[in-house]
Each structure stands twice: as C-alpha cells, then as structure tokens.
Design a protein around this ligand. Structure first.
Ligand SMILES: Nc1ncnc2c1ncn2[C@@H]1O[C@H](COP(=O)(O)OP(=O)(O)O)[C@@H](O)[C@H]1O
Ligand SMILES: [Mg+2]
Length: 363
C-alpha cells in the first residue's frame, strides 16, 4: 500500500524503514526537504507548496501521523477520502491534557488530581484544591518537559501563571513516583490487540535518556493492570495503530501520566529487541495486516538516546550486541539525533553494555 505520513521526522523515517520489506511505499508531508524522512519516500514539502498536503492525500491509500499535535480539522477532511489511523477521536483526546485526564477519570484509570487553569484566579483556586508541590502544564503542545512549571510554594503562583503565556493550562498534583514506566500496545482494524512488556524510562531535564525492557521486578499483576488500562483506552477510542501510555509506579500502584497516539521514543528498543518492532506493528495495523509477535528477541534490551551531539559512535559500532540508529539530523542542544539499542541475555551483560555507552548518558 501507499502510506502517507503527516510529518517527516525520525518516527516517519523508522516507520518507512520497517515498512519497505512489507512492500509498502511512503510519502511524507513536512516543513522542508531536509527532514529525517525526506530521502525515504516521496516528499511533499509544505515549505515549497502549501497544497502539497492534498498531493500527499492523492498519493496515499492510508494516512497516519507522527505527532499528537496534528490538526484535527485536517484529519477530519482527509478522512472523507482516505482513512486516517489512528482516527480523529484518538487524536482529539490525546492532544489535550485535560481531555485525556477526563477520559482516564471516566474509565476509572488512576491519574494525578488536576484542575484546568485559564486565569490567575483559576490557578489560585486550583492550588488551594490540589496543594503543593504541583506541576502547571500547557494543555496542548508540550513535549520533552517543555511548557511546564514545577510549583513548590504559593509565592510562585504569579510566576507560574505568567510562564504559560496566556494559553490554557492544567495544574496536576505532584506524583511521588518510584519509577517511570511506559506501556506500548497496538490494535489492528480487526480489533486484535498486542502488548509489549512494561519498560522503565529514565529522564534527564525532561528528556528521555534510557529505556530498559522489560522493566525489572514487575509483578505479573502490574503488567496485567497496565494492559487492562490500555485495552480500555484502545477500545474506548476505537484506536487503530500503536498507542503509548506513560505511567508512574508508586507505593500505591500505577498512576497514568499521559498517552500518545503513536510510536514512542520508549519503544525504539523494539527494533532489535522485539520480534516485531513498534514501527512494523504500527504499519501492519494501519494497513490491515496481521499484527506481529511482541515478545523480546533476547531476555533484555535497552535504548540509549543520542541527544544534542552525536558522540563516539565507534563504541556502539564495535559492540556485538549494539545497534546504532541515526536520524540524519544536525547537532543542536537537547535535540534527539539518534539512539543505540542493546540486546543482552543477562542483566549483568545489559548493565555492562550500558556502562560502555556512558559517554552518551548524562551523569
Ligand atoms: N504530575 C506529575 N508528578 C510528578 N512528575 C511529573 C508529573 N507530570 C510530569 N512529571 C515529570 O515530568 C516529565 C514530563 O512530563 P509529561 O507530562 O510526560 O510531559 P511531556 O509531554 O513533556 O512528556 C515526566 O516524564 C515526569 O518525569
Ligand atoms: Mg511524557
């Protein structure tokens, strides 16, 4: 099939790399011909011609997107001619933190207490209700910890409010978590569901740096609970494709943080670490192919992000159990330029390999 991707970043790039062996073709709409996906398919650059999105729709048998910030109106229009997966409902809910939290509440999925904030008075009331510490976040558009203000004292109310620059925001109670986990799953057009194991994520300055798969010391019950939340959300949104849920592991069980209607940085390990990667399973789902097995290829896998500058790539290139993935991007502070995947049969080997890659990790 011909797959059209709204966006042309590294996620589209990796979708294409996984989709070509299945005989699919790719087209991308992005801002410029320099983007990470541009050489992997037909590029319909909006910078050259704003109508290129229509040419992409003419090209495509099915459309998907790279970002939850995709315009819902555009997706609704496209869907009149060509199916878009994940559908409008998934996109509408996941692009707004308030709608997302309201759905969690409706489905009895535990999440942090929250209040929507549109004015300074709203924020004062929200702080009185939720207490501190709490995090004020923009309702839409945030990523990698951007658009957030951690409030520790009431003196910060004005400063926090002003940092939102007048956009709708949400105050969330601070969750005292032991670890951050995520669950990735995929649902096909035939309602088949497949789940990857819970993985453990370590962030630094709001940016994911390390994922370990599977997360260690997870009870079968905890995996089952996370899968139950996931299944409930997939079915409620009639989701087709990959869905990711970020979770906090706390003393009192799992608390859901947020979700993304797409392949996710915390699933990049699955390229070599799982029998079918998140990218291939997303492509299979949206093209109506049977979903692939999500088990690990080895007992353990890890992913180390390459952030800001490329670094000493000869290290992973000479490790037998490491795979380097670069996105064809120029170095810039805090930018995701690539990642390194590791597979291992023992935890000791995994830890040793991560240690070998310490130059890529923050202290
Ligand atoms: N309510 C919360 N309590 C504690 N930590 C939080 C909370 N919300 C976010 N964080 C921290 O901030 C990070 C980024 O927040 P998140 O809501 O996931 O936004 P983003 O869209 O930037 O990923 C999380 O991975 C977590 O480390
Ligand atoms: Mg997040």
């Amino acid at each position: 099939m011909k797959i059209g991707v709204l966006g042309a970043g590294q996620l589209g790039r990796m979708m294409a790399i996984s989709g070509y062996p299945l005989n699919h073709q790719f087209g991308f709409s992005g801002n410029s011909n320099d983007e990470p996906s541009a050489l992997l398919g037909h590029m319909f650059a909006l910078e050259d011609n704003a109508d290129n999105i229509e040419s992409l729709v003419v090209f495509a048998d099915v459309i998907t997107y790279e970002s939850e910030n995709t315009d819902v109106e555009i997706v609704r229009e496209i869907n009149k001619n060509v199916p878009v997966y994940p559908g409008e409902k998934s996109l509408f809910i996941t692009q707004h933190r308030g709608r997302e939290k309201a759905l969690f509440d409706q489905l009895n999925i535990p999440c942090a207490p929250y209040q929507m904030v549109n004015s300074l008075t709203d924020l004062e009331r929200a702080v009185a209700k939720i207490g501190l510490p709490a995090i004020l976040k923009t309702a839409t558009e945030g990523y990698d910890g951007k658009g957030q203000f951690l409030m520790r004292s009431k003196d910060q109310i004005k400063e926090a409010f002003e940092s939102m620059n007048g956009v709708e925001s949400i105050l969330e109670g601070f969750v005292n978590f032991k670890r951050e986990l995520s669950l990735i799953a995929v649902r096909g057009t035939d309602n088949d569901h497949k789940y990857y194991p819970l993985v453990e994520n370590t962030h630094h300055n709001g940016i994911l740096r390390l994922t370990i798969a599977p997360a260690q010391n997870i009870d079968v019950d905890v995996q089952k609970t996370a899968e139950h939340y996931m299944q409930t959300l997939l079915d409620e949104m009639d989701h087709v494709g990959v869905l990711t849920i970020e979770l906090f592991e706390t003393e009192n069980g799992l608390v859901v943080n947020e979700m993304a209607p797409r392949v996710h940085n915390s699933g990049h390990w699955s390229i070599e670490g799982a029998n079918t990667s998140q990218f291939e399973n997303h492509i299979r789902a949206i093209t109506g192919m049977p979903l692939g097995d999500t088990s690990l290829t080895h007992n353990f896998s890890a992913m180390v992000n390459i952030i800001g500058k490329i670094g000493p790539t000869q290290i992973p290139l000479t490790m037998p159990n490491a795979n380097l993935h670069l996105y064809d991007k120029d170095g810039r502070a805090n930018r995701k330029l690539g990642h390194i995947n590791i597979t291992a049969d023992s935890l000791a080997d995994l830890e040793k390999s991560i240690e070998q890659l310490k130059d890529f990790l923050p202290n």
